[in-house]
Design a protein around this ligand. Structure first.
Ligand SMILES: Cc1cc2nc3c(=O)[nH]c(=O)nc-3n(C[C@H](O)[C@H](O)[C@H](O)COP(=O)(O)O)c2cc1C
Length: 229
């Protein structure tokens, strides 16, 4: 059950990273501009909202600050790779992957937080984008922007813990809050989305016996009243 107490395994199970056959890699530049806004201002002003469409560079910058790994070790808890980012994660296992789906209909991208790169997925980008647009519209009444789908690698947590399921959802909550705060800091709109999102995994060629979708966040551009487009 989701509420069963997690316990580190005495004998860790086997785990290996997921390989995306036919994916291409897009290496990203580290952001050079740092927002001048204070943490106090970010805490005061963060609100959930959906604005206008947003470019991929803004998404990449947001991901670097909120999810990019600032430290990494090949073997930590249970001998598994661990890492450190702005979000805490159970056992340092960083079990939440982020798949980005833009309203521009282009290919979906899995964020690689170790190398700050996008893994461009071979799935049909236009079809996934349309399905995603419907999902976002159904829970927000809006559809602009890029959806960051949080996809838990359940197999990694299960390799390290018995009763790991609640850890996955708590890890997702930590990532969600960090992304929302970083989005505000970067003057972007962020809106958590209430669905889990498992139904899209087959279309993304992500196996459902390994991955569990654990929510999403809609990122978009802020609409400044009376500003030229
Ligand atoms: C787990 C979670 C799921 C949410 N799902 C939705 C959603 O599906 N649609 C939506 O418009 N807002 C959603 N929200 C945003 C909440 O409605 C919002 O956080 C709340 O009204 C408080 O407003 P604030 O975020 O502006 O402070 C969600 C928030 C969380 C934490």
């Amino acid at each position: 059950m989701l509420t069963d107490e997690p316990v580190p395994r005495e004998s860790p199970a086997n785990w290996s990273p997921f390989a995306c056959p036919d994916a291409t890699i897009e290496v990203l530049a580290r952001p050079r501009l740092v927002s001048q806004r204070t943490f106090q201002d970010v805490l005061d002003r963060r609100r959930s909202s959906v604005g206008k469409t947003v470019d991929w560079t803004s998404i990449a910058d947001l991901l670097w600050y909120s999810a990019g790994l600032k430290g990494y070790a090949q073997a930590g808890r249970a001998g598994l790779p661990i890492g450190w980012s702005a979000s805490p994660s159970s056992g340092g296992l960083q079990s939440i992957a982020i798949v980005c789906i833009s309203d521009d209909g282009s290919a979906s991208r899995l964020y690689d937080p170790v190398n700050h790169a996008f893994v461009v997925l071979p799935a049909d980008g236009a079809a996934v984008s349309q399905e995603n647009r419907n999902d976002v519209l159904s829970v927000t009444g809006a559809e602009n922007g890029c959806t960051l789908r949080l996809i838990g690698d359940r197999s990694k947590l299960l390799a390290a813990y018995e009763n790991a399921d609640s850890l996955l959802f708590r890890d997702a909550g930590a990532v969600l809050a960090t992304i929302c705060l970083c989005a505000e800091w970067l003057d972007l709109c962020a809106c958590p989305l209430g669905f889990l999102g498992n139904s899209l995994l087959p279309q993304l060629d992500l196996p459902t016996d390994r991955f569990q979708a654990v929510g999403a966040i809609q990122i978009s551009g802020k609409i400044v009243p009376n500003a030229p487009e």
